[in-house]
Design a protein around this ligand. Structure first.
Ligand code: GLY
Ligand code: MN
Ligand code: MN
Length: 552
């Protein structure tokens, strides 16, 4: 029997690639309809926005990565399938059915493909999701013909690679592999052609041209500074004749001429790649009630993961096993996946900020940094706890831990409406720097940057690093507060501090009543952690046979 089963599975694999799987939305069509209406409000007159679903990514050979929808696309649609396009029009469009403002293009039904890769929706079922118009994706090419009638066509830059995909067709009961003529590759190619998208497009040059177009008598200094800062990112732009000319000539007398030349260079294009990210950042940085409910759940189950690991942890555990317990807990609650690759790093691994190898086997008495977040129906938590594998902080671990804790505590308390992101960071930096000075690890405050090399806060939502403007805190933002200290081996300080990496990260909801720490239930002060680690775990008695006994 056994060889036969293996053969059968191999045969399946060779016939058709492993396909999709994506978590569907838990929010109502009305939620998304409202988001699209808000979005449309923000569009400039006579413009249209075109958004594409995420590409399918190949893992190897005929196995793809599990599909994950593009967060901006999902934010406006709740639509979980690939090879789809959303168009939102600022101004009403008319067809034989009447007026509409939006249209979604989705894959057609295909019994054979669905047998392998999962069900697709009939158009009437897609329509029930609240879109004004729905169409099969093959129609997009024809609709894309007349984008030139809009003043602006908003879209995201094409910076993801996309594979031209194959599909299978059945003719007379026989299967053939053919090019899929309407996959994301073709949808985007058609769109690029329709908007005249240049093959040699350079987003920095485009941004510099846009800045030149903003030049007026009263903002010439600002405009020049903005162009200089774009050149700082992309020094070859200094060779561009228009940019060079703008900077070389006396700007006061020459800028109108420079604008004329720039307008001429841009005359063929009505696309815009700056406005769409800006609109999405404005919208997504403030969460609606539905979104906050999902974020609370994502955070709550991530916290249960942290708590269960604290109870179960022992020095013989591996980083991988710890990761497994967290992820098992999320799935028990119905989360499909993690919002980002799980980070479990002990000792020196904790000093690698986004360490995801998670392959150390013996943790002994090291500090274990655990940065994990469940993604629950699209919304992701981002919670970090750092705990001693043996349940007791050593004096060095405790001294550094207390500094990070104090910095975090101060920043959480200060996270009130109207406070600036940069003020919060500064507050945490000062506490970290003072602590390191007192321990003799640094000799001046500026050196603390070496051991606290990242920012303090970011929004969470459909992305772990959710878009936003990062100005002042506003009601219903949900942000992380995550100071850290990382002292890798060979740092210029007493070796007793080496290989200690600490981050404490909580997810904080900004409300009119003040900050609400959504992840507070997972202890974060050293005493609370030690007390929880001393508790019994249901996993203590979960024993599996040794690997040695499984194989000869
Ligand atoms: N988990 C990545 C971060 O904390 O930003
Ligand atoms: Mn994190
Ligand atoms: Mn984070």
């Amino acid at each position: 029997m056994r060889p036969l089963i293996n053969f059968y599975f191999l045969a399946l694999l060779s016939i058709f690639p492993f396909g999709l799987s994506a978590q569907k939305s838990k929010l109502s069509p009305a939620h998304y309809k409202e988001k699209r209406a808000d979005f449309r409000e923000k569009l400039p007159e006579n413009s249209v926005a075109v958004l594409f679903s995420a590409p399918i990514r190949n893992r190897a050979n005929d196995v793809d990565y599990i599909y994950h929808q593009d967060p901006n696309f999902f934010y406006l649609t709740g639509w979980h399938q690939p090879h789809s396009v959303l168009i939102i029009y600022k101004n009403p469009q008319r067809d034989e059915e009447g007026i509409y403002h939006e249209k979604i293009y989705v894959p057609e039904r295909d019994d054979y493909m669905e047998m392998w890769n999962g069900r697709r929706f009939d158009l009437p079922k897609v329509k029930q999701l609240g879109f004004d118009r729905v169409a099969e994706r093959s129609v997009f090419k024809e609709d894309a013909q007349n984008f030139e009638r809009f003043e602006k066509v908003l879209h995201f830059e094409f910076n993801n690679d996309i594979r031209n995909q194959k599909m299978y067709v059945l003719r007379n009961g026989r299967r053939s592999k053919v090019d899929d003529p309407n996959d994301l590759f073709d949808l985007k190619a058609n769109f690029r052609a329709a908007i005249n998208f240049p093959n040699d497009f350079n987003p920095n040059r485009h941004a510099a041209y846009q800045v030149i177009m903003e030049a007026e008598d009263d903002n010439l200094e600002e405009v020049t500074a903005a162009i200089q800062s774009i050149i700082a990112r992309d020094s070859l732009l200094i060779e561009d004749p228009i940019i060079k000319d703008f900077l070389d000539q006396p700007v006061q007398t020459h800028y109108k001429e420079a604008k004329r030349k720039t307008a001429f260079a841009l005359r063929k294009y009505n696309f815009d790649i700056e406005l769409l990210p800006a609109i999405m950042a404005d919208m997504r940085e403030i969460k609606s009630k539905n979104e906050i409910d999902l974020l609370k759940k994502a955070v709550a189950i991530s916290v249960v993961g942290q708590i269960e690991v604290m109870k179960a942890m022992h020095p013989g555990m591996s980083e991988r096993e710890i990761q497994g317990i967290h992820e098992f807990v999320y799935r028990k609650y119905g989360a499909a996946e993690e919002g980002y690759p799980s980070i479990v790093g002990a000792g020196e691994n904790g000093c690698v900020l986004h360490y995801i190898e998670n392959d150390k086997e013996e943790l002994n008495n090291q500090l274990v940094l655990m940065d994990l977040g469940a993604e629950f129906y699209g919304y992701t938590a981002d919670v970090t706890r750092t705990i001693p594998a043996n349940g007791i902080f050593s004096p060095e671990q405790k001294a550094l831990y207390q500094i990070v804790y104090d910095a975090q505590e101060a920043a959480i308390l200060a996270a009130k409406i109207g406070t600036n992101f940069s003020e919060l960071y500064q507050l945490s930096y000062e506490i970290v720097a003072n602590g390191l000075l007192q321990l003799g690890i640094i000799s001046e405050a500026a050196e603390a940057r070496k051991y606290y090399p990242h920012g303090l806060s970011h929004h969470i939502g459909l992305d772990v690093h959710d878009p936003g403007n990062y100005g002042v805190l506003q009601q219903d933002m949900v942000i992380t507060i995550e100071p850290g200290i990382y002292i890798p081996e060979n740092s210029p300080c007493d070796p007793k501090w080496w290989n200690i990496g600490i981050r404490i990260e909580d997810d904080v909801w900004i409300t009119s009543q003040g900050p609400v720490n959504l992840s507070a239930a997972a202890p974060r002060d050293w005493k609370g952690i030690e007390a929880l680690m001393a508790q019994e775990s249901p996993l203590t008695n979960f024993k599996l046979p040794d690997m040695d006994t499984l194989v000869e």
